[in-house]
Design a binder for this molecule. Structure first.
Ligand code: UDP
Length: 402
C-alpha cells in the first residue's frame, strides 16, 4: 500500500512513525492523530509488516493513513532476520524521505531497528513507552534487550510513569531528556470507547462473524455466542500468547481454564486466540467444544475494549491489557512470573499469578467468591495515565521544532 503522505498545509516538519505489531499500532495511533491535527508537522506512517494480519483491522478502526509498508513478514522468520530486514529497508526509506524525527513505541524488533536506523543516519528518535524494565535480559526475551538498547539510541524518552523515569535515570539517561506523559494506550482506549458509545445500535453488533481467520468449527457457534455475549451472563476474558508461555505454561493455563469453566458454569470464558500456530494448536486442542468456553479470532480493538468492559475479570499475559484493564476497573490476574508494569500490582488492581494451574484456579476462585477482595482490586485505581499522553508528546516535539 502506498498512499501520498498526508499534508498539513503549512507544516514544515516531517515525522516518521514506525509501527510493527498490534500494540504499537494501538499505542501510536493517538500520537499519529495528535501530529496530524497539529499545524506544524506531517506524520509519515511506516508499517514494517511484522504482524500484518493483526494490524490491518486496526488501521481501519483508527482511520490511520499508511504511507509505506515494508512487508518484512516471512514464514518462520528468525529474530535476527526480521530485525535485519527492517533495519535495511528503513535505512533506504530514511535516505529517500529524510524525516526530521522518527517515533517508535515499546520493545519489539521494529522499535529496535527503527531507533538504530535513525541513530546511524543521525536522525533524532522519540521512544514512546520508554523506561519499562524487568531488570532481567532473559525475561521477557528479547523485549527487555530491545528496550534497553533502544534507550541508548533515543533523543526523547516518553516515559509512561514516574517509575519508568526512575529506571531510565538509573541507566544514566539525563532527566532533561525524559518526559512522564502517561501511557498512550489510555488515550487509545478512551478514543475507542467514546466512538463505540456514539455508534448506532446496529453498528454495535459484535462484528467477528465475518472474520477471515475464523475456524469453520467456530462459525456455527458465532450466532449463538453473539446473543449470549450481549446478555447479562458474567464473563471471564482470557488472552495468552507470550513467547515465554509457549509449550508447557500455555497448556497449564488452558488446564486451569478447563477447571474453572467446569466450576463456574454460569460464567462464560472468552478467549480471542492469537493466530500463532504455537498458541492456536494448544488452545484449540484443549479448549474447543466446551459449553461455556468461547474461542474466537483475535478481536478488533473496539470489540476487545467492549469485551474488557463487560468482563468480570481478566486472565492475561499481555502488557497492554495490564494497562487498560485498571482504567476500566477490571482486575487482571497476570499469567507471568514477572512484569515490567509493577505499578498496577503495587496499587492492587493487578496480581501476578504465574502459570501454575492450581495457583490460577485458586486465585480466580478467591476473587469470585470473596466480594471484598474483588471490590478492592476493581477499585484500586488506574496508574497508567489520563488519556492525554499523545498531546503531551506532540507538545514536546512542537516545542523542539519551533
Ligand atoms: N487486543 C486486541 N484484540 C485481542 C487481544 C488484544 O485488540 O484480541 C489489544 C489489547 O487491548 C492491547 C493489545 O492488543 O491493547 C495487546 O496486544 P498483545 O497482548 O499482543 O501485546 P502486548 O501488550 O503484550 O505487547
Amino acid at each position: 500500500m502506498m498512499i501520498a503522505p498526508h499534508a498539513n498545509k503549512d507544516a514544515t516538519v516531517s515525522i516518521m512513525i514506525v509501527i510493527g505489531t498490534r500494540p504499537e499500532a494501538i499505542k501510536l495511533a493517538p500520537v499519529v492523530q495528535s501530529i496530524k491535527s497539529s499545524s506544524w508537522a506531517n506524520p509519515c506512517v511506516v508499517l514494517t509488516g511484522q504482524h500484518s494480519d493483526l494490524i490491518d483491522p486496526l488501521i481501519e478502526s483508527f482511520g490511520l493513513e499508511v504511507h509505506h509498508h515494508l512487508h518484512v513478514m516471512q514464514p518462520r522468520q528468525s529474530l535476527a532476520s526480521v530485525t535485519a530486514r527492517i533495519l535495511e529497508k528503513l535505512d533506504h526509506l530514511l535516505i529517500e524521505l529524510n524525516p526530521q524525527a522518527v517515533i517508535g513505541q515499546g520493545d519489539t524488533a521494529s522499535v529496535l531497528a527503527g531507533s538504530m536506523a535513525s541513530f546511524f543516519r543521525k536522525i533524532p528518535f522519540a521512544h514512546v513507552e520508554a523506561g519499562l524494565r524487568t531488570g532481567d535480559l532473559s525475561a521477557p526475551f528479547p523485549e527487555e534487550l530491545n528496550r534497553v538498547l533502544t534507550s541508548k539510541m533515543t533523543t526523547w524518552h516518553f516515559a509512561p510513569t514516574e517509575m519508568a523515569k526512575t529506571n531510565l535515570i538509573a541507566e544514566s539517561v539525563p532527566p532533561s531528556k525524559i518526559w512522564v506523559t502517561g501511557n498512550t494506550v489510555i488515550d487509545a482506549l478512551k478514543l475507542c470507547l467514546s466512538r463505540v458509545g456514539t455508534q448506532s445500535a446496529s453498528a454495535q453488533r459484535l462484528p467477528w462473524a465475518d472474520h477471515k481467520d475464523r475456524d469453520v468449527t467456530l462459525a456455527a457457534q458465532d450466532q449463538a455466542w453473539q446473543e449470549r455475549l450481549l446478555s447479562e451472563r458474567p464473563l471471564v476474558l482470557i488472552t495468552a500468547h507470550r513467547r515465554e508461555n509457549f509449550g508447557e505454561p500455555l497448556r497449564a493455563i488452558c488446564q486451569a481454564v478447563v477447571q474453572l469453566a467446569d466450576r463456574y458454569k454460569e460464567h462464560d470464558f472468552v478467549y480471542p486466540v492469537h493466530p500463532n500456530p504455537q498458541v492456536r494448536e494448544v488452545v484449540m486442542t484443549m479448549l474447543n467444544g466446551r459449553a461455556n468456553i468461547y474461542l474466537m479470532p483475535p478481536a478488533d480493538y473496539p470489540l476487545f475494549c467492549r469485551l474488557m468492559e463487560k468482563s468480570r475479570l481478566i486472565l492475561s499475559d499481555s502488557g497492554g491489557v495490564q494497562e487498560e484493564a485498571p482504567a476500566l476497573g477490571k482486575p487482571v490476574l497476570v499469567l507471568r512470573d514477572e512484569t515490567e508494569r509493577p505499578e498496577a500490582v503495587t496499587l492492587g488492581c493487578n496480581r501476578l499469578v504465574g502459570t501454575n494451574t492450581q495457583r490460577i484456579v485458586d486465585e480466580v476462585t478467591r476473587l469470585l467468591s470473596d466480594p471484598k477482595q474483588y471490590e478492592a482490586m476493581a477499585n484500586a485505581g488506574s496508574p497508567y495515565g489520563d488519556g492525554q499522553a499523545a498531546q503531551r508528546i506532540e507538545a514536546v516535539l512542537r516545542e523542539h521544532f519551533r
